[in-house]
Design a protein around this ligand. Structure first.
Ligand code: CAA
Length: 385
């Protein structure tokens, strides 16, 4: 097994690191406090080609592999998880599915501008609308309806906790067309935000990733042309699951970055801070914490890269992405708590960044499938039914 990165992958990692340090670090605390969407940062990210990293260049993407995507997600998430979630959703939940399953016409109309991320010098990104007030983990219980009316669907319902909800120009919406068919009665539709009947609901006041843009979206008799359906009639649920399998690699890499960012800060602080006459990293209590953090973070990284490798090499990655996500997100939650502990009182105040990373870590155990959902996916695969 090879553990070396190609020159191109190393270059991408460096570009992402430079971007995070130079563009995201300044103002990250203030944006978190004010819940201010990082518009300039995400626009710059798009101009660097990071919003459609894996999309074929003929549709405006960068044509890179999933390993490069993991490396970039890790570096950006070390500094600003509000920026990286925006990048993750656009890359893997929106662009990947459009490239895999859309018609040429749909790709030209929607994928190309979404992969570039900028139209007429303005940010142009997408959002993925699956979750509902009463359908989170139980995603087949969609209440949003898309009723067939000849040449269009009539879309009604409410979607919740939508990342990029207020900023996105295009929504990929899962909706129930035929309830009798259960998961096979669900369709995925491409909906434009400025169509009549689409309303952006209030912005969520969140614990973490506070600068990211999370809204409910309401649809009232929205006419969606039939040509905006993705794939065959009834393909919507499988479409969502396949998109989420890739999305979970992105969120696993985000969690990895949050953990690694907290670890790097804790390591640095432990070298500078003295107690009982020596740097605190000369005390075994701190040394063992750092040793465990380094080990678990390395294990997370290996799982993320394994899932990315599976995807790049046309292997089934639905289980490896769930493994990467559950392990990395639980590592992120644990490692950020340890990082705050190592910082002591300083860790509890905003200037030292680790309290924000701790708050940001929590969502990685919830979105794009909770840890419990990941364990469902893994256990179904490992237990012979
Ligand atoms: N690929 C292909 N087909 C798949 C699939 C996959 N990865 N996963 C499921 N399917 C198929 C199944 O084979 C099944 O087909 P058959 O009926 O023909 O056998 C069908 O889809 C239904 O699947 P299940 O019976 O497994 O469905 P379930 O009701 O038991 O649910 C679940 C399975 C894994 C719990 C799923 O509902 C799930 O992943 N829930 C979590 C949803 C989620 O991740 N939400 C996150 C929202 S998005 C978000 O957070 C984005 C954001 O903004 C950041």
């Amino acid at each position: 097994m090879l553990f070396d990165f190609t020159e191109e992958q190393q270059m991408i990692r460096k570009a992402a690191k430079d971007f995070a340090v130079n563009e995201c670090l300044p103002g990250v605390i203030e944006r978190d406090e004010r819940q201010q969407f990082p518009y300039d940062q995400v626009k710059k990210l798009a101009s660097l080609g990071f919003m459609g990293m894996m999309v074929d260049p003929k549709y405006g993407g960068a044509g890179l592999d999933t390993v490069s995507y993991v490396l970039a997600m890790e570096e950006i998430s070390k500094i600003d998880a509000s920026v990286s979630v925006c990048m993750s959703v656009n890359n893997s939940l929106v662009c990947w599915g459009l490239e895999q399953y859309c018609t040429e016409e749909q790709k030209q109309k929607y994928l190309a501008p979404l992969a570039r991320g900028i139209v007429n010098d303005k940010l142009f990104i997408g959002a993925f609308l699956l979750s509902e007030p009463e359908a989170g983990s139980d995603a087949t219980s969609q209440r949003t309806t898309a009723i067939e009316m000849g040449d269009h669907y009539l879309l009604n319902g409410t979607k919740n906790w939508i990342t990029n909800g207020g900023t996105a120009s295009v929504y990929i919406v899962m909706a129930q067309t035929d309830a009798k068919k259960g998961s096979k009665g669900i369709n995925a539709l491409i909906v434009e935000k400025n169509w009549p009947g689409v309303t952006v609901g209030s912005k969520e006041n969140k614990m973490g990733i506070r600068a990211s843009d999370t809204h409910s979206i309401i649809f009232e008799n929205v006419k969606v042309p039939k040509e905006n359906r993705i794939g065959e009639d009834g393909f919507g649920f499988v479409f969502a699951m396949k998109a989420l399998a890739g999305g979970r690699i992105g969120i696993a890499a985000q969690a990895l970055g949050i953990a690694a960012g907290a670890y790097e800060l804790a390591l640095k602080y432990s070298q500078e801070r003295y107690a009982f006459g020596k740097p605190i990293n000369m005390h075994q209590a701190i040394q063992f914490k750092l040793a465990d953090m380094a080990t678990r973070i390395d294990a997370s990284r290996l799982l993320c890269l394994k899932a990315a490798w599976d995807k790049d090499n046309n292997q089934d990655y639905s289980v490896s992405s769930s493994m990467a996500k559950v392990f990395s997100s639980e590592t992120a939650m644990w490692a950020t708590v340890e990082a705050v502990q190592i910082h002591g009182g300083y860790g509890y105040v905003k200037e030292y960044h680790v309290e924000r990373l701790m708050r940001d870590a929590k969502i990685t155990q919830i979105y794009e499938g909770t840890s419990e959902v990941q364990r469902m996916v893994i256990s179904r695969a490992v237990i012979d039914h």
